[in-house]
Design a protein around this ligand. Structure first.
Ligand code: ATP
Length: 236
């Protein structure tokens, strides 16, 4: 098992945002976490990376309890997050943004090689590598955010609503990219509002409602589960 989450809870002050959540992700798998706004999806990803503190429960990474590790230590050990809203530094160049992903690495030749691979994948970024990131469209910024995360050489790539605000063409490109990256061996944890496409891509799905896990199942079975739609309507 690559990642195990055991009974994880996170509180903001006294308010619980995530309660007693458990999941397991095998190497090579794609898992998706679904749920309405405010269900606790971002909180879960932040807690896995260590940006939010667990009030209860454990995060076990490659068999090791990392619950008290700092985010940078977890990133160095193979976890990466493409945050909601991308968090691109728009006044910096595209290349500078990409290099931020490699901030804990010193294998300069390998970084250079991986940059070229990313530029091959995203020619739009390559052409404008020395321009400010502000020149990019929303979809291109999302690709930059993914490229930046890839430069930390992750074993698990977590993405928080990457399709939000993108045109249908970019959404299609995004899902194709995730499929390709997974074929190349990358394990993926995807938080999405785009339920149909996320379940079509994933092996397993989890549905959160008001901080609680209400369904976990194979993605295909979940796609036909009426409780999924009830969760979005808030009547489950
Ligand atoms: P969205 O799709 O809107 O991002 P989400 O499923 O990712 O929703 P979270 O952002 O994890 O949900 O939020 C879960 C709950 O915790 C919500 O009620 C939210 O208002 C609350 N919350 C999130 N971040 C904070 C914070 N920093 N301080 C206090 N409450 C927070």
């Amino acid at each position: 098992m690559l990642l195990e989450i055991n009974s994880l809870s996170v509180k903001y002050g006294r308010i619980p945002a995530l309660e007693d959540f458990s999941m397991e992700i095998k190497r090579g798998e794609i898992a998706t976490v679904l749920g309405a706004n405010g269900a606790g999806k971002s909180t879960l990803l932040k807690a896995i990376l260590g940006m939010e503190k667990a009030s209860h429960g454990k995060v076990v990474w490659e068999g090791e309890n990392v619950t008290n590790w700092s985010p940078s230590r977890r990133i160095k050990d193979g976890l990466a997050l493409v945050p909601e809203g991308r968090r691109i530094l728009i006044a910096q160049t595209i290349e500078e943004n990409l290099l931020l992903g490699a901030y804990q690495r010193d294998d300069v030749d390998a970084i250079r090689h991986e940059m070229e691979t990313i530029y091959d994948r995203f020619p739009n970024l390559c052409e404008r590598r020395h321009m400010q990131a502000s020149c990019l469209s929303g979809g291109e910024q999302q690709m930059l955010a993914i490229g930046r995360a890839l430069l930390s050489k992750p074993d698990l790539l977590m993405l928080d609503e990457p399709s939000l605000g993108l045109s249908p063409l970019f959404v299609k490109q995004l899902f194709k990219l995730l499929r390709d990256l997974n074929k190349g061996g990358l394990t993926i944890l995807l938080v999405e509002q785009n339920t149909d496409q996320a379940l079509a891509l994933a092996n397993t799905g989890y549905v959160l409602e008001r901080g609680k896990l209400i369904i976990s199942d194979g993605a295909q079975k979940l796609a036909n589960d009426p409780r999924l739609h009830e969760a979005y309507l808030g009547v489950a």
